[in-house]
Design a protein around this ligand. Structure first.
Ligand code: HQG
Length: 179
């Protein structure tokens, strides 16, 4: 498998469907590396430990992380299955950005940003990253989120290991739709 295929496959089993290859994730999303490799290889997909390390290290968005002694691995964010990543709430910057597409704007104006099938609403620290996120779905639109004020008003924020900002929901009064 090429790097992209391995990365896609890891996203699938570490975020959404560990059952697919018969692995289990603990409450924080970690799984045993040896078992993971064994199960992947049992599917006829050849992946060695060195190859896995390379995929984790070179992944464009650092989607996966090993524990200290590299015996366990997890996805740093983006899960649809129920796990608790155990991130500590932290103070966000004054503004964060969300990239989306025009067809969702009307609903977002009504309902705010919702986490949809993920555990959190995902926000970016800079416009360029948000642009890329939005561009996955079409011509991107950037929403500016007044995260500083949200936080002062009691909303909790988390930052994933790969620098994605996470929060439960963003009510529309905190969103600037003009950009
Ligand atoms: C939209 C990728 C209607 C929201 C990216 C988005 C990111 C609403 C879509 C990460 C809505 C959900 C997350 C509402 C939100 N009405 N539409 N009230 N509230 N939406 O994929 O933020 O490759 O779950 O704007 O790079 O696009 O997976 O979230 O368009 O970091 O690592 O509903 O996924 O990273 O889509 O992307 P998603 P997202 P990975």
């Amino acid at each position: 498998m090429n790097t992209k295929h391995i990365s896609k496959f890891l996203s699938l089993v570490l975020r959404h469907n560990p059952d697919k290859i018969g692995i289990t994730l603990d409450e924080q999303g970690w799984t045993d590396v040896d078992i993971l490799l064994q199960k992947i290889n049992a599917q006829g997909k050849k992946v060695t430990m060195d190859r896995l390390k390379e995929v984790v290290a070179t992944n464009d968005k650092k989607r996966f992380a090993f524990n200290e002694d590299e015996t366990r691995i997890r996805a740093s964010q983006g899960h649809s299955i129920k796990i608790d990543l155990n991130y500590e709430p932290i103070t966000p910057p004054e503004f964060l950005y969300h990239g989306t597409v025009p067809k969702f704007i009307r609903d977002i104006q009504k309902q705010g940003l919702r986490k949809m099938s993920r555990h959190h609403v995902h926000l970016s620290e800079d416009r360029i990253t948000a642009m890329r996120v939005g561009a996955r779905r079409g011509v991107p639109t950037i929403l500016v989120v007044r995260s500083g004020v949200m936080h002062q008003n009691g909303h909790e924020f988390y930052q994933s290991e790969n620098n994605v900002w996470l929060t439960e929901t963003v009510p529309s009064e905190y969103i600037d739709f003009k950009e």
